[in-house]
Design a protein around this ligand. Structure first.
Ligand code: NAD
Length: 322
């Protein structure tokens, strides 16, 4: 399935997710929801891109495909992308990788994030998260300096592990958690305190950085939070939009996830610039997440709104201006 939510600002770009769904209805719901989120992520990051998303639906009884069937599915997906004539640009996402993009690229040129282009987005997402976290500290504590700041990182995957390294290099003291015990080694290397995911979520720290799954900020977890600010990579951190107000009521400053984690997408967009890809321009653009976030925090403060509402409003303004 491919959903193209908006081409108002440019072609709809979004990753291709290969995931198990109970039925086609659930997969369609997911692809529509995710494509809409991409429209806002790109607009808020001021990219010349719309929103789109791809889903390759795996059946519950066939969660892992044989190499032959996986290749066949990716080729079919490539044909689907090609049939849309460039209104949708695909990229890697959960369940797909650079190798999958290489297969898709044999059927269509509308593929981004190939090794020959902008490559793995995770280091850029991590850099953008570090910038967002520092900017959040600027507003919450008056300085972006991380020395002595305590940060809890939940999820030490592709993004979380790199973010933890960057924060450690910046002088932050870390509490880290992952369901994968194999990540303890990294914790030791960074001199971080290892705990379980709930312990990290509810730790008394300056900043919480959710870098695993979505929905971590919900009715159950919110009353238990003891952080003063939140900035991390996980998508859809709020169980519902109203939790943004609940965080503000508790005096916790939240960097909207789709602003903080836009680094990977921003990096891909550099590939589409007329001059072609360059890491120098990518770094410059990813670091601009700081200015975007300042704009959002200022707007929220001056209008008595919340960061989420201010970010969505910025996205809508940019869409209507286009
Ligand atoms: P990943 O799969 O590499 O890492 C996720 C990590 O979280 C893994 O180490 C996993 O063991 C751990 N984890 C899973 N469930 C957990 C739980 N309940 N508690 C603690 N740890 C748990 O994924 P990633 O690429 O690092 O992405 C992390 C998050 O950031 C995801 O929500 C993803 O959608 C989002 N994101 C990633 C990118 C990117 O460039 N990779 C871009 C934007 C957003």
């Amino acid at each position: 399935m491919v959903a193209v939510h908006s081409t108002t600002r440019g072609p709809g770009l979004g990753g291709c997710r290969m995931w198990t769904y109970d039925d086609a209805w659930a997969a369609m719901h997911d692809v529509l929801r995710l494509s809409r989120a991409m429209t806002f992520k790109a607009a808020v990051a001021d990219l010349p891109l719309g929103g789109g998303k791809g889903v390759i639906m795996l059946r519950p009884d066939e969660a892992v495909l044989t190499p032959e069937r996986r290749e066949a599915a990716l080729l079919d997906f490539g044909d689907t992308v090609e049939s849309l004539g460039g209104t949708y640009l695909t990229a890697e996402d959960v369940g797909t990788s650079e190798e999958a993009m290489d297969v898709i690229a044999t059927r269509t040129e509308h593929v981004t994030g190939l090794a020959s282009g902008s490559g793995d987005p995770s280091p850029w997402t991590a850099l953008g998260c570090e910038v967002a976290l520092r900017t959040t500290c600027e507003y919450a504590f008056g300085t972006s300096d991380l020395s002595g700041r305590t940060v809890a990182v939940i999820g030490l995957g592709n993004v979380g592990s790199r973010l933890a390294e960057l924060l450690h290099a910046g002088g932050a003291q870390l509490i880290v958690a992952d369901v994968d015990q194999g990540k303890r080694e990294l914790a030791e290397r960074l001199g971080a305190t290892w705990t379980d995911p709930h312990g990290a979520l509810t730790a008394e720290v300056d900043v919480l950085a959710p870098c695993a799954l979505g929905g971590v900020l919900n009715d159950d977890t919110l009353p238990a939070l003891r952080c003063k600010a939140i900035a991390g990579a996980a998508n859809n951190q709020l169980a519902s939009d109203s939790h943004d107000q609940a965080l503000a009521d508790r005096g916790i400053l939240w960097a909207p996830d789709f602003v903080a984690n836009a680094g990977g997408l921003i990096n891909i967009a550099v590939e589409l610039e007329p001059e072609g890809y360059s890491t120098e321009r990518a770094e410059l653009r990813v670091r601009a997440i700081g200015d975007t976030l300042r704009h959002i925090f200022d707007k929220a403060a001056s209008s008595g709104s919340t960061p989420l509402r201010a970010a969505l409003e910025l996205g809508r303004e940019r869409l209507s201006a286009a």
